[in-house]
Design a protein around this ligand. Structure first.
Ligand SMILES: [Zn+2]
Ligand SMILES: [Zn+2]
Length: 275
């Protein structure tokens, strides 16, 4: 069964409405589609996320679509919630009002020692500027801080799926700024894979950087996937789609991952293992 649980729409920074995405998913023969709007950042970053006020209206629209298309496709209501220490948590308690079917926990902002938030994936220019201004130009220090924050999220928050574990690779092919084979970097992957395993959470194989032309590979890298697999971590295949036509981008290239339905009602229940 074709599925994708990482989908953005006009409720956040996606291009298409939820219903347009549902119709595309039916057209492509999907058995289920899950929505995961960006959610609840600290107040000054809310232009592209669900604010607390929007969360219930978003959930109501997705639940109404689930009813409308019942029998044709299964529609799930999730969120992609940010972890910003002191500002936002991907935690079930924070979203209790809408009882999401699942929560994807993601780090898009690294908190620097001076308290500033450096955006991981906005643009190569803003990342370079953020590392220069808030990490003294030390990319390695920034990367250590990123992975430490991911591990803190994994071990302190109640969510289901960890989003794009090595989002820091996004610009590293077209605008290289660190060596992905450096021993200190591989040691970060080992430590983080240990944390994913200890948390019992599901890791994404996320093709979003392929559909947007930044990488010819998924997150996490093959080296990272091997480390996760060796520790028994389960994967879910995600498009991180920001448009209806991207909901299965490059899925044929990463079909060897197990797909889980992350739901509080059916925790870790396998619904499909792609051939
Ligand atoms: Zn994300
Ligand atoms: Zn996303």
């Amino acid at each position: 069964m074709k599925t994708n649980y990482h989908t953005h729409t006009t409720w956040c920074d996606g291009k298409d409405s939820p219903e347009t995405v549902v119709l595309a998913a039916i057209e492509k023969g999907f058995g289920a589609i899950g929505f995961s709007s960006h959610a609840m950042l600290p107040e000054d970053d809310t232009s592209w996320v669900l604010t607390p006020e929007k969360v219930p209206r978003y959930a109501a629209e997705i639940r109404a679509l689930a009813k409308k298309y019942e029998g044709r496709i299964r529609i799930l209501c999730g969120v992609e919630a940010d972890y910003v220490p002191g500002g936002a948590t991907p935690d079930r308690r924070a979203y209790a009002a809408i009882s999401p079917d699942y929560i994807i926990g993601s780090v898009h902002f690294v908190v620097a020692p001076d308290g500033a938030r450096v955006c991981v994936d906005e643009s190569p220019e803003s990342l370079e500027d953020g590392i220069r201004r808030h990490f003294g130009g030390d990319a390695e220090a920034y990367l250590h801080a990123y992975f430490a924050q991911v591990r803190e999220m994994l071990l302190s928050c109640d969510f289901d799926v960890v989003g794009h574990l090595d989002l820091v690779r996004k610009f590293n092919t077209r605008h290289p700024y660190f060596d992905e084979t450096a021993p200190w970097y591989l040691a970060e992957l080992d430590r983080t894979a240990d944390a994913v395993s200890a948390s019992g959470k599901i890791a994404e194989v996320n093709t979003g950087a392929i559909s947007r032309g930044w990488l010819d590979d998924a997150y996490p890298s093959a080296a990272f996937r091997d480390r996760l697999r060796a520790r028994g971590v389960k994967f879910i295949l995600s498009a991180d789609a920001h448009a209806a036509d991207a909901i299965d981008c490059a899925f044929d290239r990463f079909g060897d991952c197990e797909v889980f339905l992350p739901s509080p009602l059916t925790p870790g229940r396998t619904i499909n293992a792609c051939a």
